[in-house]
Unconditional design. Structure first.
Length: 318
């Protein structure tokens, strides 16, 4: 790596999901624990970047750390399906060459983002699902497997109980969907080569049926990276799919010359809500500009900017 390349800025942003996150219900102790896990994920990703590692390696490291936390709807802490199980989705994309890998409906892979990375690296395909993805995992050394019960927590089981109780009243269930069932983790990174990457992972939607898959593993909907910028989304997946939200943000930067923050806000605060959805996104460009937007009461998030300043937040704090 040349001296000029070594002077390029490094940046990282992460999210742990958007939705209804009321401060008074969260509790001070839980809030501190969540912020601490966000910090640990930042440390994991930035350690890769600081030693000359790739943006792709950094987002994998950061997301894997979030998947291991019980506080986010991904990996350990994933929500329950209607059948009382866990179905996990993840995707990863390298802006340099637009390589991508994704998995959906996996049930025994401890860190789905790592399997998505193997799909990118070792498979001729981009997207593997269900049993096929599990069979591919069988061929990959180093992919840790766990019993399906490992992903569950008492808090997620209670969410399932409440969701199924609400479901007895169909009208109330439809009203309760907005903003309450979100939970995704993601990361975007800029490395010393000037390359960006993005990754997203989720347990999906509480009480989901029929193998439902949201936007998180879909390239262009929940995850996108190209030569200019990288995006990871979180929210009501059906609306992110319909609006190709992640790609739309990048397209506004590429084709209209929009500032990254403007493009992110126009899609997340404009297009998605206009069609009935809500949620958030993080984005990062090759200059190190970090953009974050969310239309819900909170989004777990963290960032390290090129000047080394860093932070974590949950609510609409300044």
């Amino acid at each position: 790596m040349s001296a000029r390349q070594l002077r390029r800025p490094l940046a990282l942003a992460i999210h742990g999901g958007a939705g209804v996150i009321e401060r008074q219900l969260l509790g001070a102790a839980t809030e501190r624990a969540i912020l601490a896990d966000l910090d640990r994920a930042l440390d994991a990703g930035h350690a890769v970047l600081a030693t000359g590692g790739s943006a792709l390696d950094a987002v994998e490291a950061a997301v894997a750390r979030l998947e291991d936390s019980p506080y986010f709807n991904a990996g350990h802490g994933a929500v329950f399906t209607a059948d009382g199980r866990h179905e996990l989705d993840a995707s990863i994309m390298d802006g340099h060459g637009r390589r991508a890998g994704a998995v959906a409906g996996v049930s025994t892979v401890r860190n789905p983002v790592r399997l998505a990375r193997r799909v990118l690296e070792d498979s001729p395909h981009v997207f593997l699902i269900g049993g096929g993805a599990e069979q591919f995992a069988d061929t990959q050394p180093g992919i840790e497997r766990v019993p399906n019960e490992w992903f569950g927590t008492d808090a997620r089981r209670e969410q399932l109980r409440q969701a199924q109780q609400r479901e007895q009243n169909a009208w109330q269930a439809s009203q309760d969907l907005r903003g309450k069932y979100f939970g995704t983790v993601g990361a975007v990174a800029l490395d010393a080569h000037g390359h960006v990457a993005a990754a997203t992972s989720t347990g999906g939607m509480t009480n989901k049926r029929w193998g439902r898959v949201g936007d998180s593993p879909l390239i262009g909907a929940g995850t996108w990276a190209d030569a200019r910028c990288a995006i990871s989304c979180t929210g009501w997946g059906e609306f992110y799919i319909r609006n190709a939200a992640a790609h739309d943000i990048a397209a506004r930067v590429a084709y209209r010359g929009d500032r990254l923050q403007t493009a992110t806000e126009d899609v997340i605060l404009g297009e998605v809500p206009a069609h009935g959805g809500d949620g958030g996104a993080i984005a990062l460009d090759r200059e190190g500009h970090v953009a974050m937007a969310f239309s819900t009461s909170g989004m777990y998030r963290g960032w390290i900017r090129p000047d080394g300043t860093r932070g974590t937040a949950i609510h609409h704090d300044p």
